[in-house]
Design a protein around this ligand. Structure first.
Ligand SMILES: C[S@@+](CC[C@H](N)C(=O)[O-])C[C@H]1O[C@@H](n2cnc3c(N)ncnc32)[C@H](O)[C@@H]1O
Length: 120
């Protein structure tokens, strides 16, 4: 629909949010950006008329960029300050209740118990 802002969804997956937006009646251009070729194919099959691409379209953009469940799916590094300095905390291949702490060169510094989860 002319005049409706374009919606660009970053990390569109198989198009669940896009399908909901379409079902709610949004008539404008909707672009699903998804890096997985398999999920792009699923979204394209599910959403005829919706553009499904691998990269953000070039700007400028008259519209909005949205993301749902994208940033919380990206891996991040967890650092903790210990006597040795800043160490990276990883869940190792051992028991789940054990955390392994690594130094800046990736060297294993020590292993310690994982804090108990609070029940509240
Ligand atoms: C949990 S899914 C999002 C689901 C979708 N937004 C929805 O609400 O239906 C997260 C998606 O982000 C995609 N993704 C992660 N990094 C990306 C990137 N740099 N560019 C495009 N997609 C990315 C993943 O492949 C995955 O399909």
């Amino acid at each position: 629909m002319a005049g409706a802002p374009v919606v660009v969804e970053a990390g569109a997956g198989r198009g669940t949010l896009a399908a909901a937006v379409r079902a709610a009646g949004y008539p404008g251009r909707y672009v699903c950006v998804e890096r997985s070729a398999t999920l792009r194919a699923a979204a394209a099959e599910r959403l005829p008329g919706v553009e499904v691409v691998a990269d953000l379209p070039p700007g400028p953009l008259d519209g909005v960029v949205v993301a749902n469940e994208l940033l919380d799916n990206l891996p991040f590094v967890l650092l903790e300050r210990e006597a040795e300095g800043w160490l990276e905390v990883r869940v190792g291949p051992g028991p789940a209740e054990v955390l392994t702490l690594y130094g800046p060169q990736g060297e294993r510094i020590h292993v310690r118990a994982r804090p108990a989860r609070s029940s509240g």
